[in-house]
Design a protein around this ligand. Sequence first.
Ligand SMILES: Cc1cc2nc3c(=O)[nH]c(=O)nc-3n(C[C@H](O)[C@H](O)[C@H](O)COP(=O)(O)OP(=O)(O)OC[C@H]3O[C@@H](n4cnc5c(N)ncnc54)[C@H](O)[C@@H]3O)c2cc1C
Length: 497
Amino acid sequence: MPPRTTQFKSNKVNTTLVVDASKSSSSPIVTYTIPSSSSSSTNIPSIDLTNLQSTPSPTPLRILIIGCGVGGLSAAIGLSLTGHKVSIYETVNSIKEVGAGIQIAPNASRILERFGVLEELKKEGIMLERNSLRRWEDDGEIGWVGLMPAVGKKYNAPLMVVHRADLQRILLHRAISLGVKIYTSSQIIAISPDFSNPSIKLWNGEWITGDLVIAADGIKSFVRGEIARRKGYKDSTVSTGDAAYRVLIDEERMRGNEKMLKLLRGDVGVRWMGPGGHIMAYPLRSHKLYNMVLIHPIRPHQVDNESWTSPGTKAEMLKQYSGWNSTVRQLLSYVPDDGEVMEWTLNSHSPLPSWVEGRFVLMGDACHPMLPYVAQGAANAIEDAGVLTMALAMVSSTERIEDALKVYEVIRKERGEAIQASARDTQRALHFADGREQEERDRRIRESTEAARKGSEEGKRNPDLWADQQWQEFMWGVDVMRETVERWDEITSHRSR
Ligand SMILES: Cc1cc2nc3c(=O)[nH]c(=O)nc-3n(C[C@H](O)[C@H](O)[C@H](O)COP(=O)(O)OP(=O)(O)OC[C@H]3O[C@@H](n4cnc5c(N)ncnc54)[C@H](O)[C@@H]3O)c2cc1C
């Protein structure tokens, strides 16, 4: 799918936009006022995006969220800020430190700022200055893409990498401080037979009912499976042919090797591109950890396991990368023999017919699991949270919940699925075997880097989508919360016709 443009057509809908940039240069106050004469939106409040608490929803709802991951917590924060009563039900008995590096791109960081967690997150995250695109065989730099601070200025929101555990902890504390009730050891094992009845059943047999259920229950979503089963469609996945290793290397292990320490202490992300795979690497946690995700072809007879916590072996990993350059080999040699090597298979999930059934709505990996080629898993779950926050803040009575969910689906589904599908383009572009296509790609990356350095137009296009400015504009430049308010009338009036 070609990248969409990101201009907002605010004059097309019955919305006035007031931007008071004098309040702060970095975060302008944006106030939307929807005239009460508007056909379908009587009683809709004006919403100050930089102070969500200042305009509580006219209809406080009791919202049940399944899953206390990045998506569920972000939604809980936004919805609490706008006055709803939110409870989260989570399977695990305690929220532990799991995962590794996650990218927070501007499309997510502008939402996290409105949710009041960006400043805290900045203390934990690393703002990469550039991403270096390198060759698998000899570590030679083919090109590079400038990131911070330019990207932050351009999109008025920073780009950073952060440990998933830090992001989750910060979101958790914010949610608790806003009064969100979090129930751990609370696996949901059933949902009501009728989708218009928002009831969920806990493992102990207890049923809980709210006004709305948000399923933020991750890539193996129980609710997605239930909807598919009852609606009679197949919730299918297709193997990408790839699997990924994930390792974290401690600073201690690198002691004495200045070249490796330079990678760890610098603000540069690296993408090594090779035949059938690529590696993404960057520093984490105040430059004390080096994060590597290594994508490679699935081995024959490899078990299909889509879990972030499934163990792999160091020996297999070293074998896989034995022909790659000495920097990669050196880095991998630092993984302790009994250390944590995670390995999981990469499947693409087919788009779902709908993300909404009655009073049940899917969000995050439950409806658009992102492959690591795109680095947008957390960011897109946060976008979902931003849109649900705005849409449900516009609801003037419980009868209008369906309108809000429709708006959410219109704003998010096509966009989320386009970003999801872009994984295939990235996979193709980054995994060429040495030869004509690889040489052509490398030539284009070199030219793009040079043109970008000179500030010329040709520098905007790059075979690596993540580095392509047109794609960045689509991924990072779109403000989905703003779009939700601006398009509310247009989308809901279509429905009432
Ligand atoms: C353990 C783990 C480690 C990860 N590590 C990384 C990483 O290193 N890098 C990266 O980019 N992404 C990682 N991810 C994925 C990343 O967090 C998501 O892609 C993204 O943040 C979207 O989040 P989500 O909230 O939709 O799903 P998730 O973050 O997966 O959260 C889903 C939550 O729902 C809970 N849940 C599932 N089923 C039920 C049920 N029936 N009842 C109650 N609760 C339920 C799960 O326990 C989980 O806490 C990881 C995810 C997990 C679960």
